[in-house]
Design a protein around this ligand. Structure first.
Ligand code: OAD
Length: 257
């Protein structure tokens, strides 16, 4: 099957790139039925605003509510499957150097076979003590035990008995420095940066494509809707992750055949 028709300039960029860095956002997981951050939450949680729950203030006010919300999200992700976009990136990485930097806290890139260079906003599956930072792997943090209730008391840290918190970055919290350093290096050293499924509203993650452009690195954006970045990128592919990434991969394969 011939490669999907693409702008020849895009096809040439993709074929010639030896080191590709991909910056993904919540839209990457939309076709896996994981709601994006700014989609309305569904069901039980639809009356809560994620931007209010993903905060240190919400946690200190009601840790059981925040813990239950993240357990619900983790269970939803556990029930989801990687989509064609996740799989295309894992296959691409078998042919070229491809680094994944993600704002997502799900593990769908990993479950598709990618190794993720940086989870800029942490992970649903890395709870840790809110006091001593010890990673928590207790079974009562297992998303499958999450119940459909609005409040679940967080487990206690076995070392210091403080409440275990979700291993995600909340609004106002700094990004993990090591993750940021790896992401900045990946965006600075690549031949091509692909930004997919992000509204480009949250910094510093949103600065990565801008830094690449400033360094003369071509940037391809994949998003069904225009974003503040769309007018600046080298090429804007107005499509979804599940359609756009496999189409790009076809051109990498064609170059190898
Ligand atoms: P958003 O929910 O802000 O944006 C999702 C983007 O994905 C939008 O631009 C959609 O147009 C696009 N989109 C929707 N469906 C898509 C599809 N099938 N394929 C490709 N794109 C699609 O999510 P993020 O930009 O990731 O931070 O949000 C960034 C950060 O804001 C999150 O990591 C979170 C939040 O604050 C923290 O929790 C710290």
């Amino acid at each position: 099957m011939g490669a999907t028709p693409l702008d020849p300039a895009v096809a040439a960029l993709v074929r010639g790139a030896h080191w590709v860095t991909v910056c993904s956002g919540a839209g990457m997981s939309a076709e896996s039925n994981v709601p994006t951050f700014r989609d309305a939450e569904t069901g039980l949680w639809e009356r809560f605003d994620p931007t209010e729950l993903a905060t240190p203030e919400a946690w200190s006010a009601d840790p059981a509510l925040v813990w239950a919300w993240y357990q619900w999200r983790a269970r939803l992700v556990r029930g989801a499957e990687p989509n064609a976009g996740h799989r295309a990136l894992a296959q691409w990485a078998q042919r070229r150097t491809l680094m994944v930097v993600t704002q997502n806290v799900d593990d769908l890139h990993e479950r598709a076979g990618s190794s993720v260079s940086a989870h800029l906003h942490g992970s649903l599956f890395a709870p840790r003590c809110s006091n001593c930072g010890t990673p928590y792997d207790g079974t009562d943090a297992d998303p499958d035990t999450a119940t459909e209730t609005l409040r679940v008391e967080p487990p206690a840290c076995p070392r210091c008995l403080s409440p275990v918190r979700p291993g995600v970055v909340w609004f106002g919290e700094p990004l993990p420095q090591d993750a940021w350093d790896r992401a900045a290096d990946a965006a600075a050293g690549c031949d091509l940066l692909i930004v997919v499924g992000t509204s480009g509203l949250v910094y510093p993650a949103a600065s990565l494509p801008e830094r690449a452009l400033a360094a003369g690195i071509p940037v391809i954006e994949i998003n069904p809707d225009p974003t503040p970045l769309s007018s600046s990128v080298t090429h804007f592919l107005q499509t979804t992750a599940g359609r756009g990434l496999p189409a790009l991969l076809e051109h990498v394969r064609a170059a190898d055949d």
